[in-house]
Design a protein around this ligand. Structure first.
Ligand code: UTP
Length: 301
């Protein structure tokens, strides 16, 4: 497989951030879950940085009328920057500028949370004529280490069509996931997809490859999104549009990512991510590690 520079297949990344965030209530009554900080940085900035590192030049954030703070987060704040600059707080200044320096941010609005597929469809007017494919990154799914989009791009360059990301999950734990029906290719980490089953019982799962929140989708997805009807949960599902494309002979592959992930969409997963990231920082890591070790050894009365 050749390097990312020669296999760049997308320039636009879409980040759907218009969901209701019900698993994170009551906080999400007022704060969009995409802005909750993993240590000090909102999950959506981590995902924007991943998209930029993979070669995206534009980020289309799909947001809802009540969640404009998500887009404001990426805007310049000249007064704050002048204040930090005048006080010589250069490390903070750099952090504050990071978000808007990453890539050009645009907004699409999803008036009602009608599902992930519907959210992605709202970004179609933002596409450029030469966007033959787009990346979609779910901001509550951290895929670690980053770099899977580069490999997905190389797979599209080789096979065409659309490319999704999968994790190899032990069969007994497969039930909460969307699971791919696949056959092998010459590369152990790349599989051809023939279908998908949502939340199967372990004995019914067609494989142990479960879907993760990274997609590299051919532009044909926008036409497919217009032709699907509400599926699971009464929502327009992105995976139903992918399934429709597969049934019409459109090539779909998965890249099996051998790494970790954090689900930032629920408090338990979010806490793990925060601890994981904090343990890696020189600023908070050593004292957090010492405190956690002591705390775990201490039964509270
Ligand atoms: P989730 O299902 O994780 O988000 O969707 P949610 O619906 O906000 O969360 P819960 O289940 O109520 O707790 C994955 C991503 O898709 C976006 C969400 O914002 C999230 O980033 N999404 C989902 C939309 O933009 N619109 C939708 O209609 C649904």
């Amino acid at each position: 497989m050749t390097g990312a520079a020669t296999t760049q297949t997308f320039r636009t990344a879409i980040v759907p951030a218009a969901g209701l965030g019900t698993r994170f209530l009551p906080a999400t009554k007022a704060v969009p879950k995409e802005l909750l900080p993993v240590v000090d940085t909102p999950g959506i900035e981590l995902v924007a940085a991943e998209a930029a590192a993979a070669g995206a030049e534009r980020l289309v954030i799909v947001t809802s009328p009540g969640k404009d703070a998500v887009v404001r987060y990426f805007e310049k704040q000249p007064e704050l920057e002048e204040n930090l600059e005048s006080k010589g707080k250069t490390a903070l200044l750099e952090k504050v500028r990071r978000g808007h320096d990453l890539l050009a941010v645009e907004t699409a609005i999803q008036e009602q949370a009608l599902g992930l597929g519907h959210a992605v469809a709202q970004a179609e007017p933002n596409l450029r004529p030469d966007d033959e494919a787009v990346a979609v990154l779910l901001p509550d799914d951290l895929v670690l280490p980053t770099g899977v989009l580069e490999k997905m791009s190389a797979v599209r360059a080789e096979f065409g069509g659309s490319v999704l990301c999968a994790f190899d999950i032990p069969k007994a734990e497969i039930s909460p996931y969307g699971v791919f029906d696949v056959t092998d290719t010459d590369d152990d980490d790349v599989k051809r997809v023939h279908g998908m089953v949502e939340k199967p019982k372990p004995e019914d799962a067609p494989s142990t490859y479960a879907a993760a929140g990274r997609y590299l989708l051919d532009r044909a997805i926008f036409d497919a999104l217009k032709r699907i009807t509400p599926g699971s949960g009464g929502e327009l599902q992105l995976t139903d549009a992918v399934a429709l494309l597969i049934s019409e002979g459109h090539p779909v592959h998965v890249v099996v990512h051998r790494g970790g992930r954090h689900d930032l969409g629920n408090p338990g997963g979010f806490l793990r991510a925060a601890v994981d990231f904090a343990l890696e920082t020189p600023e908070y890591g050593p004292s957090l590690r010492a405190w956690l070790t002591e705390r775990i050894g201490t039964e509270r009365p």
